[in-house]
Ligand binder design. Structure first.
Ligand code: ARG
Length: 474
């Protein structure tokens, strides 16, 4: 007796031999692509409408399919969907098999007319990613809001700014916070660009050559909320640039997360003592009772490597693929899914860290040393008309003299000694030895003076106000 159609593999018609059990396992993607069950159902429901419009399904059949699919969706959502591992190869085959059981294979068997899993999977991926990117956008905005809030309330704290991790010049703590915020703002802008390219419809491209049933692809695209159709069926099924681009976007964003974390890890050491992490984002040592480790930051730094790897790995997968669909493309899901989860979690953790971080302005201040004002001393003479190259040497001589005399800083030299080094030093030179003054002099756009940092905060707040709920308003 012939096997029941619903018990056959969807592509089983021309095959007689059994699949090697390891091949079965090697080939299946349901264990992970079930994550897109809702998008697969949504795509099929829209497809039923379009095929009805094209005269393939009656309106009755269409409605039966749509409500049958709704039942399949509910089974997934409630955890009652029963997987048949020997025939459910992926989410597409599993859903269709189950639909056949619910509404009968005679009607269910019409759904896939003109469609291929090639255009179906590309559609599911884009629909899924669109939702996830919206969520990521929301998390990124929350992180930026939390950062801006801290920058506003902590604007008076000064600390050493570093180059080469050597004390360089005093800056505002908020200036440091905002420096990272602007990196993340570019990530937000790039994300919004990326979303436009993700949100294009490949549905109706068929296996590779297009749809022969006069399917209204524009109608389908609209039904699914896509901004138009992919204009070439070969590329519709082959294109995974939206996956590569997402991984690349995440790589750069996680690189920013990593660099931000690294600064905070350094600042949270006892040697610096500028910040401590809330208990919620730290862990202890199983051996050393006194330890409080910044594990959240180390994980953020560490997980960035994982995302870089997925990006590089998937690029190798797509490099040199022949035209249209090849099964290699099934390898797009695991890196993408993992990357999306990592990014979503990382942004939420980073938000928690910054929102609960304790800062120690006194310790920051104590780390400021007078040598950090050597440039300001040189600039003092510049304001009196001396060329900077000359003032640089004079200021250097002052630093050397203070070291020679074993003084705590250049401010201890006193006016006489300063004037013996260069007679153009006037009494007002003593005003130079003031960290607040140094910071406030950096008043050009982008500088660390209070007004400039406030301007930075305002600029960023303006952008954030444009997207109150993480949804792009184009
Ligand atoms: N599970 C497959 C994937 O993820 C679906 C497409 C299969 N297409 C095919 N022609 N075998 O790529």
């Amino acid at each position: 007796m012939a096997a029941q159609p619903s018990k056959l593999k969807l592509w089983g018609g021309r095959f007689t031999g059994k699949t090697d059990p390891l091949m079965q396992m090697y080939n299946e993607s349901l264990s992970y692509d079930k994550r897109m069950f809702a998008q697969d159902i949504l795509g099929s429901q829209a497809y039923a409408k379009a095929t009805c419009k094209a005269g393939i399904l009656t309106t009755e059949e269409r409605d039966t399919i749509i409500s049958g699919l709704e039942r399949v969706r509910q089974e997934w959502a409630s955890g009652t969907f029963v997987i048949h591992p020997e025939i459910d190869e992926d989410i597409h085959t599993a859903n269709e098999r189950r639909l056949g059981e619910i509404i009968g294979t005679h009607i269910a068997g019409k759904l896939h007319t003109g469609r291929s899993r090639n255009d179906q999977v590309a559609t599911d991926m884009r629909l899924w990613l669109r939702d996830e990117l919206n969520e990521i956008e929301g998390y990124l905005i929350e992180f930026l809001r939390a950062t801006v809030e801290r920058a506003e309330e902590q604007i008076d704290a000064l600390l050493p700014g570093y180059t080469h991790v050597q004390r360089a010049q005093p800056i505002r703590w908020s200036h440091w916070l905002m420096s990272h915020a602007f990196m993340f703002l570019s990530d937000l802008e790039r994300l919004r660009e990326l979303k436009k390219r993700v949100n294009k419809s490949p549905l109706g491209c068929g296996a590779l050559a297009g749809n022969p049933f006069n399917l209204d692809r524009e109608f389908l695209a609209k039904e699914l909320g896509f901004d138009g159709c992919i204009q070439n069926s070969l590329i519709g099924v082959a294109d995974r640039d939206f996956v590569v681009e997402t991984l690349q976007w995440a790589t750069l964003m996680m690189n920013h997360v990593s660099r931000w974390s690294e600064d905070l890890i350094i600042y949270s050491t006892a040697e610096f003592g500028f910040v401590t992490l809330a208990d919620a984002y730290s862990t202890g040592s199983s051996l050393m009772p006194q330890k409080k480790n910044s594990d959240s930051l180390e994980l953020l730094r560490g997980k960035s490597g994982r995302v870089f790897g997925q990006m590089a790995g998937f690029l190798y997968t797509v490099k040199g693929l022949p035209s249209s669909y090849n099964k290699d493309l099934q390898e797009d899901k695991e890196p993408l899914f993992d990357c999306v989860t990592t990014v979503q979690n990382s942004l939420q953790i980073a938000t928690g860290v910054v929102a609960t971080l304790t800062i120690y302005p006194e310790k920051m201040k104590a780390a400021l040393t007078m040598d950090m004002l050597a440039t300001d001393l040189a600039d003092y003479l510049v304001r009196k008309g001396v060329p900077f190259r000359e003032t640089h040497h004079i200021s250097g001589a002052c630093v050397r003299e203070a070291e020679k005399r074993k003084l705590s800083g250049i401010d201890q030299l006193g006016l006489d000694v300063l004037q013996s080094i260069d007679e153009r030093f006037g009494e007002d030179v003593l005003e130079v030895f003031d960290f607040e003054r140094s910071v406030e002099l950096r008043s050009s756009t982008g500088g660390t003076c209070k007004a400039s940092v406030i301007k930075q905060i305002e600029e960023l707040t303006k952008v954030l106000q444009r997207a109150p709920n993480g949804v792009v308003e184009n």
